[in-house]
Design a protein around this ligand. Structure first.
Ligand code: NDP
Length: 641
């Protein structure tokens, strides 16, 4: 086994990749397998270097006192001794890594920061000239392009934030050049933070391709991220199964809920006739509901905000008026009730199954439309989750932000027709309970379920802006998964507790109700505070109200909270959400598992979602995410999971 030349802790000089400049570094470790040393520069940057790129400090001193070697490293070493202390290769604000190889190499990644350059002198100019030549030679070396898509800017282990901005505002050819340059440099030197190399190998964007459009000009070259290899949700078979299974499951739940005795002995429930589940008039009512909500969405009221930056640096604009849409809907319903049209609202109860099928038919048609229009969408507008496979893309959605003019279809469907529809259905169930159980007032159980879920929807719409940073908006396309989820699954299965109570009354005493309310409040506080803390931190990381929180620095420039709610578990918001889910079910008693369907399903959903998010965060943050996981070992429930 070859022996190592430098010991851990030894202070030496390490060559800065892409240049022949040497800086003072400390040896941190040595990997005998790769024969690479992990070294730390004075600014904290950690890189892996080959032994040939490391020189003992003494060799520089000796050379200064008499050597006339023409070796570039020796000559530069002579000169650098007096100045290298102030020339850390760390990022300086004036340094742009997004320069193309064709540009002046003086500002390539191999170049030290401008601010630390020496005043010009004859020998200095000669050195610069030589260095330029060298760097040019380096850049002109043939290379195998291995772009990492979005990850290109994190190769050098330095803060990526400014690089992202640089990339976003540069011409397309510069984006391409950067990827070339980064790929080259990272192939020659391990420029990633220690350990990140292995993580990057796991990156799922393995099949990115270079798409050349138009004439053979570099200007029109784009790097696109298609297709991702490891498809989520069980890939194509999983997507097929979900698309066929979940709609059937919704109807099974509704049929079970209507049964007097929904037990295994009565399984399966009798299948309804087609006329019991489809009525064109009901479909018309559903369309009316959808388009009235669309009208509310288009009203020029409410703040307009920008979403997260897209891959090309653009930010889409979104109008925040979901809460107002809820108020308008409530005003319309209130007016209907005051005018004695409460009985008409029971239409929804009497045609519940037909409405569910109408919503399903609409979401399927919408998905087909979305897929068809996405065939013509430019590659840059496709969702990073899309794969190129027809079935999978129909499910996950091909286009990231499908819009008709200013009407954003995904954003609209996320929070409006389904979420507002859910609380309207709950209200209808409350009226139905009073009617069918001959009650003058709704039961306490029904009031608890209605108010808990109303609070949830009000909270979501009040904090509508938060949806813009969720993976639904930033990662997943708009296809069957979200269309069905938003328009069918949410309103027709989340209202199951209220639907159940219409047929299965449960008397809740005030002491029990108080405990359930306490549980709900506890869940809500965790959920709201955790979400608020992260949103505030993402909005303004220097917010003085968050100054007491500890953070972990990541190579993207974005930090991770490691104390406060996000130091308690890695998804405190999911924990709060699950506690609330339990509080929604408890008022229904313990006679049947049906009202607990939501808690069970939601646990599965959030465990799966957490795993998806974790994968994406590991891809984004590399070693920093691993450090976060070490510091905060539990994902959702402390000491359990
Ligand atoms: P989250 O709000 O949990 O956000 C996850 C993102 O937060 C990560 O991708 C990362 O993004 C950032 N992040 C993670 N850890 C940290 C940290 N330590 N410090 C700072 N930022 C961090 O995402 P979801 O969209 O899954 O959930 C949003 C809410 O919606 C949750 O409360 C959830 O319970 C709820 N929800 C409800 C559903 C329902 O049907 N009722 C369904 C799904 C979600 P980055 O670093 O890029 O900012």
């Amino acid at each position: 086994m070859p022996s190592r030349k430098f010991a851990d802790g030894e202070v030496v000089r390490g060559r800065w990749p892409g240049s022949s400049l040497y800086y003072e570094v400390e040896i941190l470790s040595h990997d005998s397998a790769s024969q690479l040393y992990t070294v730390k520069y004075k600014d904290g940057t950690e890189l892996e270097l080959k032994e040939g790129d490391i020189k003992p400090l003494t060799s520089f001193r000796q050379k200064k006192s008499g050597s006339t070697s023409s070796s570039p490293s020796r000559r530069r070493g002579n000169r650098s001794r007096s100045r290298s202390r102030s020339r850390s290769p760390g990022r300086s604000p004036g340094r742009s890594p997004g320069r193309s190889p064709g540009r002046s190499p003086g500002r390539s990644p191999g170049r030290p920061p401008k601010s630390s350059r020496q005043p010009a002198s004859a020998s200095h100019h000669a050195d610069i000239k030589e260095m330029r030549k060298e760097v040019l030679e380096v850049k002109l070396t043939p290379l195998v392009l291995k772009p990492f898509g979005n990850s290109i800017s994190r190769h050098n282990g330095e803060p990526e934030h400014t690089e992202w901005n640089d990339i976003a505002h540069k011409a397309p050819q510069e984006k391409f050049h950067l990827s070339q340059e980064s790929s080259y440099i990272s192939a020659q030197y391990s420029l990633r933070p220690r350990g990140e190399e292995n993580k990057l190998k796991e990156i799922e964007f393995k099949e990115e391709k270079i798409v050349t459009k138009g004439p053979a000009s570099l200007r029109s070259m784009e790097v696109t991220a298609t297709p991702a290899k490891d498809l989520e949700f069980g890939g194509v078979p999983g997507a097929l199964l979900i698309m066929l299974g979940l709609p059937a499951f919704v109807f099974l739940l509704l049929l079970l809920c209507e049964q007097e005795e929904p037990s295994l002995l009565n399984f399966p429930p009798p299948l309804p006739a087609l006329s019991d589940i489809w009525e064109t008039r009901v479909f018309g009512v559903y369309l009316l509901w959808f388009f009235v909500q669309a009208l509310f969405y288009l009203l020029p009221i409410g703040k307009v905000v920008e979403g997260t930056p897209l891959t090309d640096g653009r930010r889409l604009k979104y109008r925040l008026n979901g809460f107002r849409a809820l108020l308008l809907t409530a005003a319309a319903l209130g007016a209907a009730l005051l005018c004695g049209a409460g009985a008409d609202l029971l239409f929804v109860y009497r045609h519940f199954r037909q409405l569910a099928l109408a919503a399903l038919a609409f979401s399927a048609a919408l998905s087909a439309y979305l897929y068809a229009r996405a065939r013509r969408a430019p590659p840059g507008e496709l969702s990073p989750a899309s794969s190129g496979n027809v079935i999978y893309d129909f499910f996950i959605g091909r286009e990231l932000n499908p819009r008709v003019g200013v009407f954003d279809l995904k954003y609209f469907c996320e929070l409006r027709p389904g979420l507002i529809g859910w609380v309207v259905i709950n209200l209808v169930m409350l009226l139905a309970e009073m009617k069918f159980q001959n009650r003058a007032t709704p039961s306490l159980a029904m009031i608890l379920v209605n108010s808990f879920q109303l609070l949830y929807v009000v909270d979501a719409l009040w904090n509508e802006e938060a949806v813009l940073t969720t993976m639904d908006i930033t990662h997943d396309g708009f296809g069957f998964m979200l269309a069905f989820g938003d328009l069918v699954w949410v309103p027709f299965t989340y209202s199951l507790q209220a639907f159940y109570l219409v047929h299965h009354p449960n008397e809740v005493s005030w002491p029990v109700a108080s405990l359930i309310i306490a549980l709900k409040i506890c869940g809500y506080i965790i959920f709201r505070c955790a979400n608020a803390q992260k949103n505030a931190f993402r909005k303004n990381p220097t917010d003085p109200r968050l100054a007491h929180l500890k953070t972990i620095h990541t190579s993207t420039g974005k930090n991770l909270l490691v104390s406060g709610w996000w130091g308690f578990v890695r998804h405190p918001n999911y924990l709060g959400d699950l506690i609330m889910a339990l509080a929604w079910s408890l008022p229904c008693g313990f006679n049947h598992i049906l009202p607990y369907f939501y808690v069970i399903y939601f646990t599965v959903l959030l465990v799966h979602r957490e795993a998806r998010d974790e994968r994406q965060c590991r891809r984004k943050y590399g070693v920093a995410w691993d450090r976060y996981c070490q510091r905060v070992p539990y994902r959702i429930l402390p000491y359990v999971y």
